[in-house]
Each structure stands twice: as structure tokens, then as C-alpha cells.
Design a protein around this ligand. Structure first.
Ligand code: ACO
Length: 334
């Protein structure tokens, strides 16, 4: 789907993120699998990632992010009437992680559900929240993106282990006077799904079920470099904007080579591109809100700036959102 928004302007009024304390750097990773810092940095740009503790599940890392976002928005948790958590690593299949978070934070009036769209989950979730808010079905939404991928990684498989990390981010969304989201583009290609999958993790029986993420890195790389560009171009065209209008580009943080390729092909200069993959790796649904929070801490997200978010991931899925930033956002540090 692709659409320019209409009706009441809706924007992000609060932003927060959180990562687990434990840092796993490339040197330590090299003691676990046959890899080295030079290979990982050259092929991915990643230097370290955060790994959840044994007793830390998804909601444990989402809650601090959500609390920060609510605080920044000055929003009472009880005023949230929609909570969407984008993730592929919920605490459990049910109850949903969003229902658990709503209960812990005290959101008795919130519709709460989880959404699964791989690493594009956060972009899908803000589009859904936008739809509900602009239709008047909700008044104030909390959208959380987060994953604890370390729990579904094969810790003996160097081809996937080096790429991923754990983390979460959250935003409060609500109607504003002007500005806010200008449009969304979202897509999915289930035909390519087996290039990044976890067969046996649901109701379909497989002769050889997998416990861990399986990925065809080269195919995902080709897919990623294609859709990161086509999705961004599509949403800019739909909203009548050009690349020159973009002030802040927040791409999914999968691999610095994918980000560089997309930015170069689109013609977005380095200084407008947010990159933090070196310190967190690919945190899936947490990636874009974590990068947004870093951009806020750098003072880049000021009212009036045009911000482009583009993600891609398992599904295979992709998605972009274009926002005219409306609210001062600072202090969202992890
Ligand atoms: N350390 C050292 N060597 C390694 C490692 C490692 N961690 N992993 C693979 N190698 C070796 C391979 O065995 C191979 O050796 P060989 O030539 O002797 O056979 C060599 O390095 C090259 O391997 P390739 O897989 O061809 O390496 P490539 O340049 O394609 O890079 C990578 C691999 C980084 C995974 C790349 O394909 C990529 O980034 N793909 C996209 C992955 C991605 O972003 N996935 C997630 C996106 S979706 C989402 O976010 C959920």
C-alpha cells in the first residue's frame, strides 16, 4: 500500500528507547564462533551489540522505553487507548506482550496487540496507529518496537550470530495542530520469505524444524538494497517531495553496507543519515526507534525537519514513513 495521509495531523510527541546492559563486542564474539573484528566491521560495520540477560524477556526491555516515551509526551499511561508492540520475539505466543505491557503500565482503556512484520514491524505499527488515530478510533497511541533476537539465534552459526542484537524503542502518537506524518508505503513478498525464516516456530509442521533463524545472506542483501531505495522513492513521490527535502534519513540498521548503498543511490548525504549499527547491530523491530532516539539525542530532530524512515526485513517486508517533525525530543538516551 501507498498513501499520503489526510485529515487531522498525527505526530510523534514522545520517544524513548532501551537496550540491555550487557555489551558483546566483536572480540568477545570471536571467542564464541570462528570470526574476527576485521571481517565483521568490513562486511557489516558492527562493532558491538547488546544482549539480554538470562532472565530478561521482551517486555523487560520494552517497558523502560515505553516509560520514557510517555514521560516525554507528558502522557498519563491511563490516557493511552491503543498499544501496538511490533516484535518477532514476544515473551510468549499469548498473552501478547502488548497486553502484558498495558497491564504493567496501567492502561485499562487500551486496545493492545502485537504485530509481526520482521524488522519492518515498527514502520507497519506506526502506520496502523496512524490509521486508528486519524479515523478517530483512538486518541493517543503507544507504539513499541523491540526484539530479543539473541534468544532465536544459533550461537554456533557465525553467519547470523554476528549480525543481530537486542533492543527496543517506543513512541507516543497523537493528533497535533500541524505537520506530523505525511504518508506511508508498505509492502510484503512472502515468496521471498524463506530467505530469512524460522520454520517450525508456528502451526506448520516441518520435517526438519529449526529452533533458530535461518538466513540466505546474499539474497537478503540483494532484496534490501533494492527495496530500501524503491520504497523511499515511492513515498517521496507520493507525498510530492524530493530527496533534497529530506533533513534526517533513518534507515533500518541492518548493515552499514546496505545503508551506504541506499543513501548513495538515493543521493542522501552522509551527514543526513543516522547510523548506529556499530553499537547495537541489527535489533529488528527496535532498530528504527533506537536510531530515532539517537538522532534526538544528537539534536537532529527539531520541529519542522522532514524525516524519512525506511525499513525492510523478514516476510520479506519493507516500509517507509515520511514525517514533518513537530515536537522537541531530547534525552531519549538508552
Ligand atoms: N566471520 C568470518 N567469516 C565469515 C563470517 C563471519 N561471521 N560469516 C561468513 N564468513 C565467511 C563465509 O564462510 C565465506 O567464506 P568462503 O569465501 O571461504 O566461503 C566468506 O566469509 C564470505 O561469505 P558471504 O556470505 O559471501 O559474505 P557476504 O559478503 O555476503 O556478507 C553478510 C555476509 C554480511 C551476511 C551479507 O550477506 C549481508 O549483510 N546480508 C544481509 C543480511 C541482513 O541484513 N539480514 C537481516 C536483514 S532483515 C532483518 O533485519 C531481520
Amino acid at each position: 500500500m501507498i498513501a499520503r495521509t489526510n485529515g487531522t495531523p498525527i505526530s510523534i510527541t514522545g520517544l524513548g528507547c532501551h537496550v540491555p546492559e550487557r555489551v558483546l563486542d566483536n572480540a568477545e564474539l570471536s571467542t564464541i564462533v570462528d570470526t574476527n573484528d576485521e571481517w565483521i566491521v568490513e562486511r557489516t560495520g558492527i562493532r558491538e551489540r547488546r544482549i539480554a540477560a538470562e532472565d530478561e524477556a521482551l517486555t523487560d526491555i520494552c517497558l523502560p522505553a515505553a516509560r520514557r516515551a510517555l514521560e516525554m509526551a507528558g502522557a498519563d499511561p491511563a490516557s493511552i487507548d491503543l498499544l501496538i508492540v511490533a516484535t518477532v520475539t514476544p515473551d510468549m505466543a499469548f498473552p501478547s506482550s502488548s497486553a502484558l505491557i498495558a497491564d504493567t503500565l496501567g492502561m485499562p482503556h487500551a486496545a493492545a496487540y502485537d504485530l509481526s512484520a520482521g524488522c519492518t514491524g515498527f514502520v507497519y505499527a506506526i502506520a496502523q496507529a496512524h490509521g486508528m488515530l486519524s479515523a478517530g478510533l483512538a486518541k493517543r497511541a503507544l507504539v513499541v518496537g523491540g526484539d530479543v533476537l539473541s534468544t532465536i539465534l544459533d550461537w554456533t552459526d557465525r553467519s547470523t550470530l554476528v549480525l543481530f542484537g537486542d533492543g527496543a524503542g517506543a513512541v507516543v502518537m497523537e493528533p497535533v495542530a500541524r505537520g506530523g506524518f505525511l504518508g506511508f508505503e508498505l509492502g510484503a513478498d512472502g515468496g521471498g520469505g524463506a530467505n530469512l525464516w524460522l520454520p517450525g516456530s508456528g502451526s506448520r509442521k516441518f520435517a526438519e524444524p529449526e529452533k533458530y533463524v535461518k538466513m540466505n545472506g546474499r539474497e537478503v542483501f540483494k532484496f534490501a538494497t533494492r527495496v530500501m531505495v524503491s520504497s523511499a522513492e515511492a513515498i517521496l513521490g507520493e507525498c510530492g517531495r524530493t530527496v533534497a527535502d529530506i533533513d534526517v534519513y533513518v534507515p533500518h540498521q541492518a548493515n552499514v553496507r546496505i545503508i551506504d548503498h541506499a543513501a548513495k543511490k538515493l543521493g542522501i548525504p552522509q551527514e543526513k543519515t543516522v547510523v548506529n549499527v556499530e553499537k547495537y547491530g541489527n535489533t529488528s523491530s527496535g532498530s528504527i526507534p533506537l536510531a530515532l532516539a539517537d538522532a534526538a539525542d544528537d539534536g537532529r530532530l527539531v520541529p519542522g525537519k522532514l524525516v524519512l524512515l525506511t525499513g525492510m526485513g523478514a516476510g520479506l517486508t519493507w516500509g517507509s514513513a515520511l514525517i514533518e517533525w513537530t515536537h522537541p525530543t531530547t534525552g531519549a538516551a538508552a
